[in-house]
Design a protein around this ligand. Sequence first.
Ligand SMILES: Cc1cc2nc3c(=O)[nH]c(=O)nc-3n(C[C@H](O)[C@H](O)[C@H](O)COP(=O)(O)OP(=O)(O)OC[C@H]3O[C@@H](n4cnc5c(N)ncnc54)[C@H](O)[C@@H]3O)c2cc1C
Ligand SMILES: *[C@@H]1O[C@H](CO)[C@@H](O)[C@H](O)[C@H]1NC(C)=O
Ligand SMILES: *[C@@H]1O[C@H](CO)[C@@H](O)[C@H](O)[C@H]1NC(C)=O
Ligand SMILES: *[C@@H]1O[C@H](CO)[C@@H](O)[C@H](O)[C@H]1NC(C)=O
Length: 493
Amino acid sequence: MGQISLVFASIGLVLFSGASANPLDKRAAVDDCLSRLKVPVFTPGSGDYTQALKPFNLRVTFKPAAYAVPTTVQHVQDAVSCGAQNNVVVTAKSGGHSYGSHGLGGEDGHLIVDMKNFNTVTVDQGSSTAVIGTGGRLGNVATALYNQGKQAISHGTCPGVGVGGLTLHGGYGLISRSKGLTLDNIVEATVVLANSTVVTASTTQNPDLFWALRGAGAAFGIVTNFKFKTFTAPENNIVFNYQVSPGNAAQLAQIINAMQNFTRFEQPPELNMRLFLSGFTTFSGVYYGSRANFDAIMNPLKQKMGIGNAFGSVSTNSWLNTLTSFSNGPLQQAAVYDTHETFFSKSLMPEYLPPAAVDALSRYWEQNARSNSRSWYLLFDSHAGAKSAISSVSADSTSYAHRNATFKMQFYDRVNSGNYDPSWFPFLNNWIKAIKDASPGINYGMYINYADTSLTKDEAHKSYWLGNYDKLVQVKAAYDPKKVFVGPQLVGS
Ligand SMILES: Cc1cc2nc3c(=O)[nH]c(=O)nc-3n(C[C@H](O)[C@H](O)[C@H](O)COP(=O)(O)OP(=O)(O)OC[C@H]3O[C@@H](n4cnc5c(N)ncnc54)[C@H](O)[C@@H]3O)c2cc1C
Ligand SMILES: *[C@@H]1O[C@H](CO)[C@@H](O)[C@H](O)[C@H]1NC(C)=O
Ligand SMILES: *[C@@H]1O[C@H](CO)[C@@H](O)[C@H](O)[C@H]1NC(C)=O
Ligand SMILES: *[C@@H]1O[C@H](CO)[C@@H](O)[C@H](O)[C@H]1NC(C)=O
């Protein structure tokens, strides 16, 4: 008798969990909860909803279970509790620029909490700090900071990127070699936790949470705003952009080897630079100093790279024009964001590319990339090195693990119209394989802000967080034991 009712009970359990896994049932329950608590939402069928579901990367789209658009911190708390009560995982979205569309959950069936209304920027000039909402876009934030006493923070180049995702997972830009990553400049964060309580995270309050937020934030709560350290925007900056056209693999290898060696040992913090390898290759960056000092540094470097005669432009720019030189359009962003691309992307964060890896990379370019007519690129950003502010922070003092990665390498393959054909994935996958196969023993991390949708969970965890992953799992267990904030590549998922 006892055994029979046990069997019935477990059948009931199976039926129950089967029914609750139906996304439509969950949608009704979550929407009902949000409506009872008066949390604003976008509903399917509306223009707002259709627009909000278009991520930056149109290759990777998802269907949420529900879509909240809070205007107050209480709404964020209520939305998190609606998700938790109904066993629907919750995902914050800021700018929607994740390469894997992690802001839409990275898979179907999440409750999305869109932070777009949390976009204010308030500078306190007395303390050189600014409180910035996570839903702001970088171009608007930079303009607002500048309008309040010519202040600035270190951040990425694309003006449509959201503060939330960029900051919580890194934030590299063309002043990072002297000012660090965006996450290095957080003084404190206001966070809605999985149990809907609101806490401050800083070096003195919830320091373990603060550590985890700075590199792996998406798995730990919903950040409503950050307080950042600001600096007075530098003016009269030297912006350079040289056209380089390597003729063969050996010439490309010389460019990369010389740039890498300079970045590792000599590059001063005032100089920030990148090599953009594509059908049209450029070597560009910003120098925060005088033209005479720039020439004294750049001329010998160009000689070593074998591009001494490269044609290009060198100009002196205000801070906002410096940003605009790399922003692909105006800083100020439209209220309805509608810029998209269709692409597959990967990254590498090598401590060092040994000569064999540079040769393999360059040969792959000569044999397979040069002739590829899609709109691909491989971007090398000078990231770490003896004089880089990024590397002056130890690898375990924030959860961002790539402190000594000389280059931040971004591999990007896009189509200008139509769909990305799955038969094209091997183009970038094999490029990375060629590099790794040529350099066994080298530790190649990857950057979650360039999320690679081809990684397994385990590969993602190891490559995004390296030696910090185990501690992240412990902090996750303390702050989100029921796994309310989950995603295909997030910590603890
Ligand atoms: C055109 C372009 C240019 C870029 N340039 C740079 C660059 O110069 N430097 C650089 O470092 N990176 C750059 N990136 C990468 C960018 O940093 C990441 O894509 C970043 O994650 C985008 O943040 P988002 O808020 O726009 O994205 P979203 O997709 O909204 O969010 C990304 C992730 O962060 C989480 N998240 C967002 N907001 C919150 C929040 N408030 N609380 C908790 N979790 C949150 C989301 O859940 C998701 O997991 C660029 C990306 C693009 C598309
Ligand atoms: C790299 O730079 C160091 C220090 O400047 C120099 O001693 C060394 O010869 C360089 N190596 C290469 C391969 O250029
Ligand atoms: C570089 O960082 C990685 C990851 O934290 C670490 O394993 C490696 O030992 C570091 N190398 C040096 C030279 O510090
Ligand atoms: C919410 O979670 C935090 C972190 O785990 C914990 O410290 C706090 O006590 C919890 N609050 C409630 C009301 O359960």
